[in-house]
Design a protein. Sequence first.
Length: 268
Amino acid sequence: MPQSLLIYGAGKMGGAMLAGALAGGWPAGSIRVIEPHPSARLLDLAREKGFALNPAEAEAADMVLLAIKPQALDAASLALGAHLDENTVLVSILAGKSIADIAARLPVLRKIIRAMPNTPAAIGRGITGAYATPALAESEREAVSRLLATTGRVEWVEHEALIDCVTAVSGSGPAYVFYLVECLARAGAEIGLPPALALRLARATIEGAGELLFQEAETPPATLRANVTSPGGTTAAALEVLMAQDGLAPLMAKAVAAARARAQALAG
């Protein structure tokens, strides 16, 4: 592990990755956290674990996790420079902000990683897509993988442009699933179920199906779908609607494309 880790921004995602790093065995004494508006939970965690929160003195860190809002990059770069040198490995989880965007504001950096986690990282069930500049040594890449893996799985991509695609699929993806629960519960209420019961049924269905996907990781989703579908049965009737030419597939493709376009628009 690097000798020192700086987490710059400890909101929901930065906080989840901090908790993951601590739970994953990252020494608290080697962690510094900068968060201008620390939550009560973060203050309690700092007292309990012993990492430095908003230290008065700045020093270059071996690794920096940049976990602020994308629109805050300009302001943060002014203060962040004091924590960097040419050997610092910076991991950015800023949606839409390219390596070129970061390098232009922090020119001392040579080793930059773009990563896109998702919110299930908060329970250790996230997945993160990552891309690294060629300057990153294999040992440094392994250290980044260890950090990201404390919140779930890690997938490295070969081209930076694919990070915007990762953002559109898995970064934003949990919101799509939550909305599916909303829609399924609403549909259940519309055919006569009490709304609270419809919501419980919808939530439990998505939870169980997700766990089945996890446990049957070697089984293609299409096979799992077929296993539920009896010819001429109720599921088949519903799938005729969902799999129609104007059904779920083109709608999902349109949604994912819109998310990728927005990620690209955030660059600069």
